[in-house]
Design a protein around this ligand. Structure first.
Ligand SMILES: *[C@@H]1O[C@H](CO)[C@@H](O)[C@H](O)[C@H]1NC(C)=O
Ligand SMILES: *[C@@H]1O[C@H](CO)[C@@H](O)[C@H](O)[C@H]1NC(C)=O
Ligand SMILES: *[C@@H]1O[C@H](CO)[C@@H](O)[C@H](O)[C@H]1NC(C)=O
Ligand SMILES: *[C@@H]1O[C@H](CO)[C@@H](O)[C@H](O)[C@H]1NC(C)=O
Ligand SMILES: *[C@@H]1O[C@H](CO)[C@@H](O)[C@H](O)[C@H]1NC(C)=O
Ligand SMILES: *[C@@H]1O[C@H](CO)[C@@H](O)[C@H](O)[C@H]1NC(C)=O
Ligand SMILES: *[C@@H]1O[C@H](CO)[C@@H](O)[C@H](O)[C@H]1NC(C)=O
Ligand SMILES: *[C@@H]1O[C@H](CO)[C@@H](O)[C@H](O)[C@H]1NC(C)=O
Ligand SMILES: *[C@@H]1O[C@H](CO)[C@@H](O)[C@H](O)[C@H]1NC(C)=O
Ligand SMILES: *[C@@H]1O[C@H](CO)[C@@H](O)[C@H](O)[C@H]1NC(C)=O
Ligand SMILES: *[C@@H]1O[C@H](CO)[C@@H](O)[C@H](O)[C@H]1NC(C)=O
Length: 824
């Protein structure tokens, strides 16, 4: 997901940034104090969970542990896919445990089981329970969040706080003194308004409310529903006593009924049709200032939801759970340590906030499976939303330090093949989501296989099975299914320049449409390269030849006759008779006025969330040949410069992720360094509006992390492109391999850390040494020589840009020039 959205809206809103000023003040102080720290640093103190909560970043700042299944956040009105947004004109509808982060779903995702604290001075029957009646504005600039903690205060001075375990958490509500605490708990509503029936039971003796129901996907075919369950424990281990309890029912036409003493609801959405609102309403005896509520969630059953909160939270206090969550976060964040005192504070904050989000999703729903995955013995992750977003930077960053977690997610992808026949391309709300770029899962598992084939068995991955799953993606058509990946059989026909048939299997209702073929097709070629890489690891020589061949088929949608702004040759839609159907390469670029560029039925431009100008750069495995197609190194560089200056580059769009480093392939690495500096400072910062669009399950966060570390991964290969780090030193710890790699930026000059590197400032890579040995190239190195073995890398910088603007013999690899010739 990556949508072109109006960036001006973000600028207007950021003037009203909602996080309490104490959030940034605390981070600034923590970074400053790191200079004098004794003992291990508290990396959570550098994290700003609000980055990306404005300007359509769609980041969830809610309380979560790493890869938590629950993320407690408030849900706001208006466009708020992750629940929370900073926009102060929006209203809070409640606090809820299930959220995704960074997704661009138009209606939002999850937000089920909202609880809303109320003041009902005139008693039970007068409580404002419906969505419209209960919503309230926040108390301005009081929102607070840190890893494992979320808090928001409303304009009636009720404060809501939450902290989390994997499938449960604690909520703490502070009421104005002297008021009787009331709560409404919602059975039906979620953010996308997808309720499809459910049940609620109040057990007043146990002080427990259970909810279970069915809801629909936020990004996928509407014919599927998922089940979810919650368990609310209201008595705080006996410290609180229920007063009144009952149910309520409301609709948007004025119905507002309360049933004092009733304990059961069983709703079918078809009962009345439309938006039906219902839930529990309860109060507590006396006027306790604080109310603690324990929440468990499950995708299996209400009993399991209660068991989850009992086992994960038990009788622990809010502070204990918060401290445990914080410790888990420090363990993750410390996988990459930088020289904090000598790094510009904004870089430290951007990096650790990005690393935080890099472990926020996907949501670990192991042992919480349903549908065909029910009872699976594999690991299971929800919200693979979508693989097209995450294959480029998210999993490559994980591969440097967390093979165990990576293997668990790979296991989950392979299990998708076992249970569904194909690996998931997109999974939203436990349901198959829309296919974006074919089968990017191939690249993800391919990246794992290239990096960890020696350890795969020990990590629980059968490489033959992994290969079979990827091979299936490329060779077996999912018949008439919208939720499973590409069909390469169709692609192959394109590959032999014969056919580019309709992709109608993706859009059964729109069989006449031939949308986004060229963009998809580019993905197929790269996905086939990933399968080739796995075949190479496994020594399957024939398959290596076949898939290498297929990986070059991106050339078949290259139309050399198309000219745009004086540049020749663009990727274009092509039909089964071999004829191109040309569209303007600027269509669907940031400068075009077109809006039907995503899954819309009237997207006739041949590209998905991208333009031909943008996608024509995409052949990460064979850029050397792309340079030839474009007319040679000089034209390629001129065309790159034009791409950026003409505004065709979409910083927030995944197909553009690698483009700023394209200069490396034309032997101009210093120009990549300049470009990455300007990309970072023009598009990212430490404010809520500090992302150039959807975080896309941390695709954007991990791109920024690589930029700041001066690295860029070539997915499904072990090659990493070298740039100029924004920090004088960093260490990446791989606790599975038991190795640590320290990269030192010799000659680092803080003054170079800005949009335009001032002339005469050391910032360009002069030479690279790996454990004392000069590297063969100053443009790239290999995982097996660096992060696999650990040790010391030095990147020595120079101010002499001209001298540094040459890889000195070692261009990054391309298939057509003999690159990627053997597996490491
Ligand atoms: C760190 O310690 C030095 C020496 O004691 C002192 O001058 C400096 O102000 C301290 N810095 C901070 C941020 O506390
Ligand atoms: C809810 O109502 C439906 C339809 O009347 C019924 O089939 C179902 O068993 C009920 N569920 C519970 C838990 O009472
Ligand atoms: C996911 O949860 C399972 C079950 O608790 C656990 O074993 C696994 O380590 C978790 N994985 C991640 C990446 O959090
Ligand atoms: C590569 O593809 C071409 C057609 O596109 C075909 O003629 C050739 O046999 C293929 N080679 C291999 C090794 O599959
Ligand atoms: C969109 O741009 C095209 C080409 O620049 C122009 O012809 C058309 O009038 C524009 N449409 C709108 C609605 O602005
Ligand atoms: C090219 O595609 C457009 C949009 O799908 C369609 O209207 C037009 O008929 C096509 N032209 C040819 C020559 O197929
Ligand atoms: C681009 O430059 C490199 C390095 O100088 C050279 O090897 C390559 O052949 C050039 N490519 C083209 C298409 O001229
Ligand atoms: C740090 O970020 C803030 C907020 O974006 C900005 O105002 C400030 O100029 C930045 N500082 C530096 C040194 O870049
Ligand atoms: C890493 O160290 C741990 C603890 O010393 C050990 O159990 C494990 O086998 C080591 N892993 C590797 C890959 O050497
Ligand atoms: C590395 O680059 C620096 C800066 O240009 C230079 O002083 C040094 O001699 C170089 N070292 C090697 C081994 O080339
Ligand atoms: C890396 O450098 C550190 C500090 O200079 C040194 O202690 C260590 O032995 C070096 N490691 C390797 C593998 O060279």
């Amino acid at each position: 997901m990556a949508l072109f959205l109006l960036s001006t809206a973000g600028l207007l809103l950021s003037a009203n940034a909602q996080p309490a000023p104490s959030v940034q003040a605390g981070i600034t102080a923590a970074i400053k104090n790191a200079a004098n720290a004794t003992g291990p640093l508290d990396y959570t103190a550098f994290v700003n969970p609000f980055i990306g909560t404005d300007n359509f970043g769609d980041v969830c700042p809610g309380a979560s542990i790493p890869f938590g299944m629950v993320k407690f956040s408030t849900d706001l009105t208006g466009y708020a896919p992750a629940g929370y947004v900073t926009d102060p004109t929006q209203f809070i509808r409640g606090l809820s445990p299930l959220h995704d982060s960074g997704t661009g779903s138009s209606l939002g995702t999850y937000g089920n089981f909202e609880i809303m604290p109320l003041l009902c001075p005139n008693g039970f029957d007068t409580c404002t329970t419906s969505l419209a009646a209960r919503q309230r504005k926040r108390k301005r600039n009081t929102d607070v969040a840190s890893p494992g903690y979320f808090s928001q205060t409303m304009d009636n001075n009720i404060k809501m706080e939450a902290t989390a375990t994997r499938r449960a958490g604690l909520e703490r509500f502070t009421f104005p003194s002297g008021s009787k605490p009331y709560f409404v708990l919602d059975l039906a509503n979620d953010l996308p308004n997808s309720f499809a029936g459910g049940v609620m039971n109040i057990d007043p003796t146990a002080g427990q409310i259970t909810i279970g129901g069915m809801w629909g996907s936020s990004f996928g075919p509407g014919r599927f529903n998922y089940q979810a369950f919650a368990c609310y424990d209201l008595l705080d281990g006996g410290a609180q006593t229920l007063s009144e309890y009952g149910v309520w029912t409301a609709d948007t036409f004025g119905l507002d009924a309360k049933g004092l003493g009733q304990t059961h609801l069983n709703l079918s959405i078809n009962l009345i049709g439309g938006v039906y609102q219902s839930g529990a309403l309860f109060s507590f005896d006396n006027t306790p200032e604080q109310v603690n509520i324990r929440v468990g969630v499950s995708f299996v059953s209400a009993e399991q939801a209660c068991a989850n909160s009992a086992s994960e939270v038990g009788s622990s206090t809010f502070e204990e759970i918060q401290a445990a969550a914080k410790a888990l976060w420090n363990e993750k964040l410390s996988k990459i340590e930088i020289d904090v005192p000598n790094t510009p504070p904004n870089v430290t904050e951007m990096l650790y906030s990005s690393l935080y989000r890099a472990s926020l999703t996907p949501n670990n729903a192991t042992d919480e499976t349903q549908g065909v995955f029910a009872g699976t013995t594999s690991f299971y992750f929800d919200s693979l939303y979508c693989s097209w977003d995450t294959f480029r930077t998210f999993y490559p960053l994980m591969s440097l330090h967390s093979p165990v977690e990576f293997a668990q997610i790979v296991d989950n992808y392979i299990d998708g093949w076992r249970k569904n026949g194909w690996m998931p391309e997109c999974r939203a709300n436990n349901l198959p989501g829309w296919t974006q770029g074919g089968s990017s899962a191939d690249v993800i598992v391919g990246h794992f296989a290239t990096h960890y084939h020696n350890e795969a068995a020990a990590l629980g991955i059968d490489l033959e099975e992994l290969y079979a799953a990827a091979w299936t993606d490329s060779n077996v058509n999912p018949p008439g299914k919208v939720e499973h990946r590409r069909t390469t059989i169709q692609c192959l026909q394109v590959a032999s320049s014969v056919m580019c048939p309709s992709l109608s299997w993706m859009f059964p209702a729109r069989e006449d449409k031939r949308e986004k073929e060229a963009g998809l097709w580019r993905c197929y070629a790269f996905e086939d390269f990933a399968i080739r890489q796995i075949a190479q690891v496994l020594g399957k020589t024939d398959d290596v030849a076949t898939f290498t061949n297929r990986s070059l088929s991106y050339r078949n949608v290259w139309d050399p006759t198309v000219v745009s702004d004086g540049f020749h040759g663009f990727m274009q839609k092509r039909y089964s008779n071999g004829k191109f159907n040309n569209t303007d390469p600027k269509d669907c670029s940031p400068v075009s006025n077109l809006t039907e560029c995503s899954l819309q039925s009237d997207n006739i431009y041949g590209f998905y969330e991208s333009s031909s100008w943008e996608y024509s750069w995409f052949a990460p495995h064979d850029t050397a040949h792309l340079i030839e197609l474009m007319g040679g190194n000089a034209t390629f560089v001129k065309r790159l410069n034009h791409f950026f200056s003409a505004g065709y580059y979409g910083a927030g769009n995944e197909p553009s992720f690698q483009t700023p480093i394209g200069y490396h392939y034309a032997n101009h690495p210093a120009q990549s360094v300049d470009r990455v500096r300007s990309v970072v400072f023009e598009n990212f910062d430490i404010t809520p509006a500090g992302l150039p669009g959807n975080d896309d399950q941390a695709a954007m966060a991990t791109l920024l992390s690589f930029h700041l570390l001066g690295l860029y991964p070539v997915p499904s290969t072990t090659q990493y492109l070298i740039l100029s780090p924004f920090t004088p030193q960093y260490t990446i710890h791989n606790s599975y391999l038991n190795v640590s790699t320290t990269v030192t930026t010799v000659g680092y000059d803080k003054r170079s850390i800005q949009k335009t590197i001032p002339a005469g400032t050391a910032a360009y890579v002069a030479n690279v040494t790996i454990n004392g040995v000069p590297a063969a190239s100053r443009c790239h190195f290999d995982f097996y020589d660096v992060f696999r073995v650990g040790g010391n890398v030095t990147i020595e910088l120079t101010a002499d840009k001209t001298a540094a603007d040459d890889c000195l013999g070692g261009l990054p690899e391309s298939v057509s020039t003999g690159g990627f010739a053997s597996a490491r």
